[in-house]
Design a protein around this ligand. Sequence first.
Ligand SMILES: [Zn+2]
Length: 433
Amino acid sequence: MISPRLSILPVLALLAAPALAAPSRASGPAAEARAIDVELIACGTRHSMSSWTDPKRGIGCGRDVVVRWLNEIAARTGGRLKVVVDKYQTSGPRTGNVAVPMENVYAVLEGTDPLRRKAAYVVSGHLDSRASDVMDTKSDAPGADDDASGVIVSILSAEALAAKPGGFRGTLVFAAVAGEEQGLLGARRLKEWLAEQGYQVGGMITDDIVGATNGSKDRRPRVFSEGGPDGVDSPGRQMARRLDELAGPKRVRLVFRRDRFGRGGDHIPFVEAGLPAIRITEPLENYDHQHQDIRVEKGVQYGDLIQYMDFPFVAEVAALNQLLLAELAAAPAPPKSALLTGAVTPSAKITVEAEEDPGRKGFEILRRETTDARWHLLRTVERPGEIVLEGTSTDNEYFAVRSVGRDGRRSLAVPCVAPPPAAPPAPAKPPGR
Ligand SMILES: [Zn+2]
């Protein structure tokens, strides 16, 4: 599951350790993933407008499963994880434009550093499921993959990261949200809740349909990132690149698109707010097993059923999430700004602005050909301020800057952009009047 190249990193050894699980538990992340899936499926349906109060059937039963797992993890990891059930009212075309009650579950691992505590790194899956008719609250909708798999990734990540001695500088939030199928309603609420708590989102991952490989030879999960206003760069794109650097291109497949063609997910409210957010999805989807009533037609089994799940793959996706979340939550903040000047001169100039941070060793100046997908290191500097790239044109490459911690952890890259235009001079008074 973890490549030999990476298994030498102490952090991964730690993240992969199932040692904190009580001996009676399913052992190892893949077995745990299966155990959680079985419990979520047993709720029959997790439609967002099914029952929130019936302990046996409906989305409230699903919420109880998540809360119980997270509370057990919190107890086993010394109580540092705080479990929150966020109840809210929401509406949209897929609630009949009527306000309905929904609930999200969050486990919060508060950051240890007052400088970085208000930066939140968020992993989310959606608790709700659906049958063929998106308004059908009654039929079975096991959602074994869509999206019990993403909820499982949040839970496994909470378990691995809450166990890290000393914690992280930034805050980690492990979420299971409702209302995705009704129009990303729970993710919108998650974004609002984070703001209400005073957090700035340093990075958000939605894991949605990360449970099956459907016979794909390429077992790498797809990591979707949006191009941003210029079609080239966005904070989410920097997140995707960082994951690719950490895990290597043999473990992730970057897709430079907001989402699958013509489709969407819970990262979108964050992307639209200009925040760093990505979507992770399995390599090859089987549409017979998504958003389908359970039935057999012409010998074909339809339905999002557990027999199509690949639990070692779910565990691998969880490990990838943990790799990125741990890096970003331990790293210094990204630079506040990185401005590029020096057009029509022989040397590009980059001006970096950043908060004081004793945990920061310096900055990396990154470059890439305009046709390249990945950054390359150009040079390192210790201090913010102006950096002159002698004999380097502003025109032929893209540049970015990121912070590097004393422990080698790296922030998201901040692309170098032109300074904002100066305010135009006040119009001169027309002469002779
Ligand atoms: Zn989904």
